[in-house]
Ligand binder design. Structure first.
Ligand SMILES: [Zn+2]
Ligand SMILES: [Zn+2]
Length: 281
C-alpha cells in the first residue's frame, strides 16, 4: 500500500507538522524545513528537533519528505545568485539531515537564457558541490520533473537522466514524479496507454529504481501546455482514473504519494480519504 499524504504547513515550528498531518489522515507528509520564500532561514533548535522526532514516533510516521525553497536555482548563470543558491541548498541538506528526513525534493533549475545543456551541466556541478559540503549526510536528493514553464529544465526524462549521469555522486540522487508537471510537459497520463508508455519511458531512460516519491496533482492546463497549475484530483484534465491506476500500481506500492493540490486542509483530508477508499492493494 502506498503511503498517502500531503504537503503540511510548518507554521509555529517544524515540530507542529506531524500532529497536523495525523489529524487529516496522512500516512506520509512533506514539509519545507524553513520559510520557502526567504533566503535567510533560522536554524532549527535542538528543542524543536527533539519534539519533532517524538511526534513522528507518536504518530508512527515512516515517510517524511522535505521540499527545498522556491528561490533556489542551481543553474543560475549569475555567479552571485548561483553562490546564494548553493549556500541555501547546503543549508537545506543540513536541516533535512538534522531532522532525520531521508529525502529532499528540489526543482532542478532554470537556464534563464543560457540553454538547456548549460543548465543540466551546471546543476550537476552544483549538486556535487553541495553534496561534498555535507559529506556525512545520508539524505537522497530527489530531482522533481517540471512542467517546463519559462526556462525551467527537467521537463523531459532525458534532462533528469543527464543530470544524474553528469554528477559524481549518482548514488545520492533520485527522482520525484509530479503528475501535473508530467502532463503539462506532454506525458499523457490521462489514458491507460499513455500512462503505461510514460512509465516505460521513465524506466528506459532513468530507471524506475530511481523513483522514490510521487506528487499527486491534477492539472488545470492541457497536455503539453508547459504551464504549471495544480488542480484537485479528478477536477482537472488528467482525471481521477490516472490516480486510481497509480495508487493501485504494484510497482509503486511502497512509495510516498504527496498531494500538493490547491485548497485548505479540509480539501486535503477529503482527497486523502478519497484515495484511501480507492485502494485495492
Ligand atoms: Zn510537485
Ligand atoms: Zn507544480
Amino acid at each position: 500500500m502506498p503511503y498517502i499524504g500531503c504537503h503540511i504547513s510548518i507554521s509555529g515550528g517544524v515540530d507542529n507538522a506531524p500532529e497536523r498531518a495525523a489529524e487529516i489522515g496522512c500516512d506520509a507528509f512533506q514539509i519545507f524545513t524553513a520559510n520557502q520564500m526567504q533566503w535567510k532561514a533560522s536554524p532549527i533548535s535542538e528543542e524543536s528537533r527533539k519534539r519533532y522526532l517524538l511526534e513522528i514516533e507518536k504518530h508512527h510516521f515512516q515517510k517524511v519528505i522535505a521540499h527545498d525553497s522556491y528561490l533556489i536555482n542551481l543553474s543560475n548563470p549569475e555567479p552571485k545568485k548561483q553562490a546564494m543558491s548553493r549556500k541555501a541548498f547546503i543549508e537545506e541538506i543540513q536541516r533535512t539531515t538534522f531532522l532525520s528526513i531521508p529525502y529532499i525534493v528540489f526543482h532542478p533549475g532554470s537556464h534563464l537564457g543560457k540553454g538547456v545543456d548549460y543548465a543540466l551541466k551546471t546543476i550537476a556541478e552544483s549538486l556535487d558541490y553541495c553534496i561534498e559540503n555535507v559529506p556525512d549526510s545520508p539524505v537522497t536528493l530527489l530531482l522533481e520533473n517540471t512542467a517546463g514553464q519559462g526556462t525551467n529544465v527537467g521537463y523531459h526524462f532525458d534532462h533528469l537522466d543527464t543530470i544524474i549521469r553528469q554528477s559524481a555522486h549518482p548514488d545520492r540522487l533520485g527522482v520525484c514524479f509530479d503528475t501535473c508537471h508530467a502532463f503539462a510537459a506532454g506525458y499523457n497520463l490521462a489514458d491507460e496507454s499513455g500512462y503505461q508508455d510514460t512509465f516505460k519511458q521513465f524506466d528506459d531512460i532513468i530507471g524506475l529504481q530511481r523513483l522514490k516519491v510521487f506528487h499527486l496533482n491534477d492539472s488545470k492546463k492541457p497536455l503539453g501546455s508547459h504551464i504549471d497549475r495544480h488542480h484537485q484530483l479528478g477536477e482537472g484534465l488528467i482525471g481521477f482514473e490516472a490516480f486510481y491506476r497509480m495508487i493501485n500500481d504494484e510497482r509503486f506500492s511502497e512509495m510516498a504519494m504527496i498531494l500538493e493540490t490547491p485548497g485548505n486542509v479540509k480539501h486535503y483530508a477529503r482527497e486523502i480519504k478519497l484515495l484511501k477508499d480507492n485502494l485495492n492493494l
